[in-house]
Design a protein around this ligand. Structure first.
Ligand SMILES: Nc1nc2c(ncn2[C@@H]2O[C@H](COP(=O)(O)OP(=O)(O)OP(=O)(O)O)[C@@H](O)[C@H]2O)c(=O)[nH]1
Ligand SMILES: [Mg+2]
Length: 341
């Protein structure tokens, strides 16, 4: 299953550090009563262990928003980094004898569960606290599980009053969530990947638009449209490649041809149709009409953006879209392109 990273959250003094020490069977983290003990988040791991635990600074009701934001940032930063560091699960600790689950805690769990699966751990659970257990379940429906734990024996006058229990339940509940956590990290990496690709594609569009303008300014011994065609077909080919698809040049030329058939009132680029027609050698009588540099830039940009949007649409449905579905989406996207006249 690889390495599991867990973040421990909860109000000051609920028993986060004690829980961590119990998991590792070692006194790693300082624990205690009174003022907050753990002042800074710290990550713990044990040689040979498949688990790392991030022990966070306990929150108070006044600063929980700040801690929530910090944690969200940490989780999201790690999602883009080495998969070994991704936070897979959060253990949100609530002290069972407090018998209170505050609005702030409810909000914290609601918000954080959008980023990562959460298990609520009822700490220092000397008794079953059934009523409080039910109350938490009801108050935090987005939590994936509520587990009762006594991390350390309760000892009085040298006698064990109550033996520690619940760590196994907690481990089991955690491992059940790991595949899901990995999936979500993967899905988000994919999204981030797509954002990067989008940026690259936009660069390619801008470069082609500049090239298109230049091609129209430099007097060439043949029509502007003929000069533009290879630039624009090349641009669509680049975008296709950047977005991770393979399409033949022939198919991309067909895309351009079929786009010329797009009609409709919202199709602001009536001029674009004309423009596209101009790009197809022999498409009509307008062939050979001069295209201004500004128009060339606009046509190229609109075509590139429409194509990129079309690919994003089809890629959101399938990883390997058919050429037909790409052609259809491209037509739709061209219809939707709004261009300032
Ligand atoms: N017997 C027993 N005592 C516990 C248990 N969990 C916590 N305690 C006691 O509760 C007190 C606070 O526990 P900590 O683990 O320091 O709490 P924390 O959440 O890390 O607190 P901060 O670092 O201040 O945020 C300590 O005195 C612990 O010994 C438990 O499972 N059993
Ligand atoms: Mg602590």
């Amino acid at each position: 299953m690889g390495h599991v990273n867990i973040a421990l959250i909860g109000k000051t003094g609920v028993g986060k550090s004690t829980l961590l020490n119990a998991v590792f069977k070692e006194d790693f983290a300082e624990t205690g009563v009174g003022r907050p003990v753990t002042q800074h988040s710290k990550e713990y791991t044990k040689e040979g262990s498949l688990v790392s635990i991030l022990d966070t600074k306990g929150f108070e009701l006044e600063n929980y928003q700040t801690i929530l934001q910090e944690l969200k940032t940490t989780i999201n930063d790690r999602k883009t980094g080495d998969p070994k560091t991704h936070i897979h699960v959060v253990w949100f600790c609530v002290r069972s004898y407090d018998k209170r689950f505050e609005d702030a805690e409810m909000h914290f769990v609601e918000e954080l569960s959008k980023e990562v699966p959460i298990i609520i751990v009822m700490t220092q659970c000397e008794r079953k606290n059934q009523e409080f257990y039910e109350k938490i379940k009801e108050a935090a429906p987005s939590a994936r599980n509520v587990v009762r734990v006594l991390a350390q024996d309760i000892v009085e006058d040298g006698e064990i009053e109550k033996k520690a229990y619940g760590l196994n339940d907690l481990t089991e509940a955690t491992y059940k969530l790991i595949p899901e956590a990995l999936q979500s990290a993967f899905a988000s990496a994919q999204r981030i990947n797509l954002e990067l690709k989008k940026k690259d594609a936009k660069k390619a569009i801008a470069a082609s638009a500049t090239a298109a303008a230049a091609a129209c300014v430099v007097p060439l011994p043949f029509a502007d449209s003929v000069a533009l065609a290879p630039i624009q077909i090349g641009m669509l080919a680049s975008i296709t490649h950047i977005m991770g698809l393979e399409l033949s040049k022939g198919f991309i030329s067909t895309l351009v041809t079929s786009a010329a058939g797009v009609t409709g009132a919202t199709y602001v680029g009536r001029g674009i149709v004309t423009g596209i027609l101009k790009l197809i050698p022999g498409a009509g009588t307008i062939l050979g009409t001069a295209i201004g540099a500004a128009t060339a830039t606009m046509l190229t940009t609109v075509m590139g953006e429409a194509y990129l949007n079309a690919l994003l649409v089809v890629l959101s449905v399938s990883d390997s879209p058919s050429p037909e579905s790409i052609a259809k989406a491209f037509k739709e996207a061209l219809k939707n392109e709004q261009v300032e006249a």
